[in-house]
Write a protein that binds this ligand. Sequence first.
Ligand code: SF4
Length: 466
Amino acid sequence: MFLSVFDVFKIGIGPSSSHTMGPMSAANRFLELILSSDWPRPTGAHVAALKVSLHGSLAFTGIGHGTGRAVILGLVGEMPNKVDPDRMDEIIAEVERAGRVAPPGHPAYEFQPKTDLIFDKKQPLPGHANGMSFSAFDRDGRLLLKRIYYSIGGGFVVTDTELEAMRAPKKSAGDARIPYPFATAKQMLDMARGSGLTIAQMKRANEETKMGTAELDAGLDSIWEAMSSCIDRGLKVDGIMPGGLKVKRRARAIHDKLNEEWRSNRLNPLLANDWLSVYAMAVNEENAGGGRVVTAPTNGAAGVIPATVRYYLHFHDDATRADIHNFLLTAAAIGGIIKHNASISGAEVGCQGEVGSAAAMAAAGLAAVMGGSPEQIENAAEIALEHHLGMTCDPIAGLVQVPCIERNALGAVKAVTAASLALKGDGTHFVPLDACIETMRQTGNDMSEKYKETSTGGLAVNVVEC
Ligand code: SF4
């Protein structure tokens, strides 16, 4: 099993990796398919018009998550890592005005968002809660091409065939070039004991089968740079977040107060918690505002890991660039195991899969840079995940604001506490991480659909929107 650190941490835009980045990428994939020869194109047929339907969780919470906007942007050829957040409104308004999209390298296609983009709440698609259907028609309205895509969390998009292949029992041992192909936490610990390497060193060796050391380090620097800039932007901006809930941004005001306390040397027993929380909230307020963020492992949970890294840098003067790399590599190793054996998608397993996974990854990363053994790191991840088990996904009005923003703050606090508890032990503990991940998967399967990013249960129906 190999999931690159650059698959886990992807630079993109808010507010949701599964409901914004994934649908934009799906639209990109459909455009590529139109130009390719991978479908039986009738002789002389030309694509003239497009239609898209969104299903399941994408239909229920797509408006709040900006899914329709993401599809439109994807159909004009914009990509999550390149689109300029400041130009998005203008691009969408132009498509609505013209009733067509004209992606680079393509002719213009008719596409009127009001009628050609359907939020279908009645018919979920069978493969996954986040289903999308893209169709292309000729000038006479004949269907030429149709593809189903699923946004499976963290910005990953697969076709129905790819999803089936992912779920089929694995017949091969995977890529033979990967020196440490751990698919479970137990295998990871066995390989660490056998090799004498840390988790970060094994993950690095796996990554370096795909790229050189300098390229890997530069990529890790870019990820941290994007995370850190997101915190900085979030700490500077005030105002009301978009979407109609009228939720105020709070990170800047809290940050100002913390800076004042810091300068005056006033003793604050909650100091570390407050800094962790404000860093996480800054990221998730940026995310809610549709700004540039990094999936970690999703957008909804994007604040936990950056907040924990920034907290570490804040309180450890001797922190180095190598620490940041080791943090990210260790966190990605844990995220890969969780994704492989359960899910990081709120629409599939609830928020335990998003903020719970992010907290497990952050706890592992922090334990690693604080000198933890592989067993202590696995213990830290397990503690953090265990205490998110059962957490539902019930964003009010389908917006990634309430409870998501504060939830990231609390996820970061739990991650640091979990790392600290694990570092005080010797790594032996009662519940193995693999058992905890399997519990999360089963709990997610048993969870009512109401609590899986549909905004039809929980807080989403018990708080009056004003
Ligand atoms: S409640 Fe959790 S899983 Fe659901 S949208 Fe918010 S952060 Fe994501």
